[in-house]
Design a protein around this ligand. Sequence first.
Ligand code: CUA
Length: 382
Amino acid sequence: MFMQQNSSWVPIFPEQASTFAWQVDGLYFYLLAITAFFTIGIVAALIFLVIKYREKEKYATGAEIHGSIGLETLWSIIPFIIAMTVFLGGAIVYYNQYRTPKDAMEIYVVGKQWMWKLQHQTGQREINELHVPVGRKVKLTMTTEDVLHDFFVPAFRTKMDVVPGRYTTLWFEATKPGKYRLFCAEYCGLNHSGMGGWVYVMEQRDFDNWLSGNVSGQTPVEAGRDLFENKLGCASCHAGGPQQRGGKVEGLYNTDVKLVGGQTVKADDEYIRNSILNPSSQIVEGYQPIMPTFKGQVTEEQLVSLVAYIKSLGSEGSGATSTGSGSTGSGTSGSPSSSMPNPTNPNGGRLPTSQLTNSSVPGASNPNAPGNTSEPTRRENR
Ligand code: CUA
């Protein structure tokens, strides 16, 4: 059997190992109790009445009943109260689960047929395993290279779809050290059932040991900087200076960006991702729609790194670090810049709104995730 998997308070139930596990169970058993109460009550009344009022004489006339205001009010109000408790319970659990706390430790997750690839901010990578410290809020930023998956840890009583072409997040705070099942909870093809693994919840010091015992390689931020400055040559247009044709990304994260057409969007993970893959869909005011798409040239993991890097440059006024000047500009020669946003940059002319293609909504990015898993980091054809 699974280690620690059956020490639950209810047989066959997974252990409660996150802060909201008991809330989910509480709500679940509350619903079950209400359902059981009414099912049993109604069936019992049915049987009782069928027997009591069975036909005793042929063609008997029933007594006339003219209704009762009191009774009708009562059986309206009681269900209303019950329904509201269900609603409130559900809303509370939902808000707890789906509003990610700001102080959470972030881990990146990329799903793929048929495995989970995870990366810590310190650079350690894992496949189908996730090590996390106990008592610490953990946020997963997730996407997929191919089809829809769903990240599910029953012991944490939480799950979230992992959707091609966008980022979804999931958070939890594990309460008990142990080893817990991880599943894919969305049918994703032949080996869907095998797409799972384990979450290891460890004491903080064990976790620190684990981290230091694993080769970290590049952190997402370092990998992102490398892509930005060297491999993809983003810096030639986006790092400021005389070459700058696109918005500066320094201080960009989480600021409001004004688009051509007057809309304002938040420069969040989704927006950055979309600006790289679908540059013409969100043209920043003051810039030309000249940035080529990087669709097919960056993997989801590289995108995550780029987002992490841009994030690390801070948001306006929060003491951003420098982007450095590492660009040679060679990678982008002849291929113009950007729709990359910078709300404060007063650069140049407006452009026609007709350039603004469809979605200006961050969530509505193109679902064609680059399916390649190789390392297409050079922009050969530009
Ligand atoms: Cu991935 Cu099912």
